[in-house]
Design a binder for this molecule. Structure first.
Ligand code: PLP
Length: 450
């Protein structure tokens, strides 16, 4: 049970009997959290409300996903209406209008020629789906020897076995056996010596993409199916791609017939000020994975968007034959589709991607104003994302970041931390006054942080 000291502060008596024990919380130190829980009970626009009745400014769009702000009435009513009309319908050998509509709508904002969409229910499922599409694509083209997958150190691609295999975050991998065979990792692009306090894309590091050439030389291109990267790596602590890096990766993939997958689960839907990072950087991958902002996080949904040529390769066999033996019961779930359509409509009507782009310079200057505060060893930003890296406390990574998270929450701001790196990614409806409030709270937290 929640400790009695906190119960007294609660404004919502219905939660008094909340038993915290049975829920095994994901990516959380359960015992630590349950000793002093941080519970959110409602949300609207830029703010959450905590169980003890305080307003908490959302500095992270939930988990990088509530791009249009919380509890949007248009999305709520679309979901409610859909639930009352068609709660569920299969999409295996059957259909309903929703996923066709969402795919067609998505196609309008994806880079050309990525016009075909496979639906999943999360980023992790989207990643595993993309890896399977890549392997099957080569096999269908008579290049079944292309089975190697290449990810990147510090990459985060969800928690499926495919995703953790190509991912490069050690604790997410090391407990779980031998994972997928034939996976290599490119080096990550983070370098404090060269790039600390860069504004926007750092200038140093494009050459790190050349490591792909080394892997090609080592294994031969005929064995390599795909490279997967986050164009901007979020969950590992906001690593901004150096200028020219993604372009170089694209060029090497082209040279050797390797598919390039951009995992845009975080960068999709306006985070950088364009619909997708692909357009922001002017680099077009072969597959894009998305989730999070696709439905404004109101209902889980993920998707893989592929080049026409990939889709058409699958469509070559006899017309009565299933082309891809893959799918989820909830692929194209009616409620997720209703939420996605309403969300995409809001993005367009309110020009939220353009809004992110126009706020980015203000965001950059505001965030970099924290330079010089205690413990701050780097600040980095792009679009409406920022990372603030703190020096580890007594050489131990993590406690200082966690302390910052707790103090920010107490002070009315939701941040995300990875070890000692603070990640910020507000909803795209953020106003300058919210940015000021965020910086003000963070500044106080950092000054008082031991
Ligand atoms: N890929 C990237 C780049 C992500 O940032 C995430 C989640 O943060 C995922 C995949 C996994 O998404 P999900 O948690 O919806 O499975």
């Amino acid at each position: 049970l929640i400790p009695p000291t906190r119960l007294r502060a609660m404004t919502l008596p219905t939660f008094v009997d909340l038993n915290l024990d049975p829920f095994w919380m994901p990516f959380t130190a359960n015992r630590q959290f349950k000793q002093s829980p941080r519970l959110l009970v409602s949300a609207a626009g830029m703010y959450y409300r905590s169980i003890d009745g305080r307003e908490i400014l959302d500095g992270t769009a939930g988990l990088w996903c509530v791009n249009a702000g919380h509890c949007r009435p248009e999305i709520i009513s679309a979901i409610a209406q859909q639930a009352a009309t068609l709660d569920f319908a299969p999409t295996f050998q059957m259909g309903h209008p929703g996923p066709f509509q969402v795919a067609d709508r998505l196609r309008r904002i994806t880079p050309d020629p990525l016009n075909h969409v496979f639906f999943a229910n999360s980023g992790s499922e989207a990643v595993d789906t993309a890896l399977k599409i890549a392997l099957a694509y080569h096999r269908l083209r008579g290049e079944g020897t292309r089975q190697r997958l290449i990810g990147r150190e510090r990459g985060y691609h969800g928690v499926g076995f495919g995703g953790i295999s190509v991912g490069g975050i050690a604790p997410n991998r090391k407990f779980f056996g031998s994972l997928l065979a034939g996976v290599d990792h490119l080096p990550h692009t983070h370098n404090l010596e060269h790039n600390a306090f860069s504004k926007g894309q750092p200038t140093w590091g494009a050459h790190l993409a050349d490591e792909l050439e080394r892997l090609v030389a080592l294994h031969d291109a005929s064995t390599i199916a795909a490279v997967i990267v986050e164009p901007l790596a979020g969950s590992t602590g906001v690593l901004i791609p150096p200028q020219g890096y993604l372009e170089r990766l694209r060029a090497i993939c082209d040279r050797y017939g390797i598919l390039l997958i951009f995992d845009e689960v975080i960068t999709g839907f306006g985070r950088l000020g364009a619909p997708f990072a692909s357009q922001y950087f002017g680099v077009t991958p072969d597959l894009i994975t998305v989730a999070k902002g696709l439905t404004n996080a109101a209902v889980p949904m993920g998707a893989v968007i592929v080049r026409d040529e990939i889709y058409e390769t699958f469509m070559q066999g006899p017309a009565g034959q299933i082309e891809f033996f893959h799918g989820y019961t909830y692929s194209g779930h009616p409620l997720a589709c209703a939420a996605a359509l309403a969300t995409l409509e809001i993005y367009e009507k309110e020009a939220l991607f353009e809004r992110a782009a126009s706020l980015a310079p203000y965001w950059q200057e505001a965030i970099h104003s924290l330079r010089g505060l205690p413990h701050v060893i780097d600040i980095r930003n792009l679009g409406l994302v920022a990372g603030i890296e703190l020096a580890p406390r007594e050489g131990q990574g993590g406690p200082r970041g966690y302390d910052a998270l707790c103090r920010a929450f107490e002070a009315g701001l939701l941040i995300r931390v990875t070890g000692d790196i603070i990640a910020l990614s507000p909803p795209l409806i953020v106003e300058r006054s919210h940015i000021d409030q965020m910086v003000d709270i963070l500044s106080r937290v950092l000054q008082e942080l031991p």
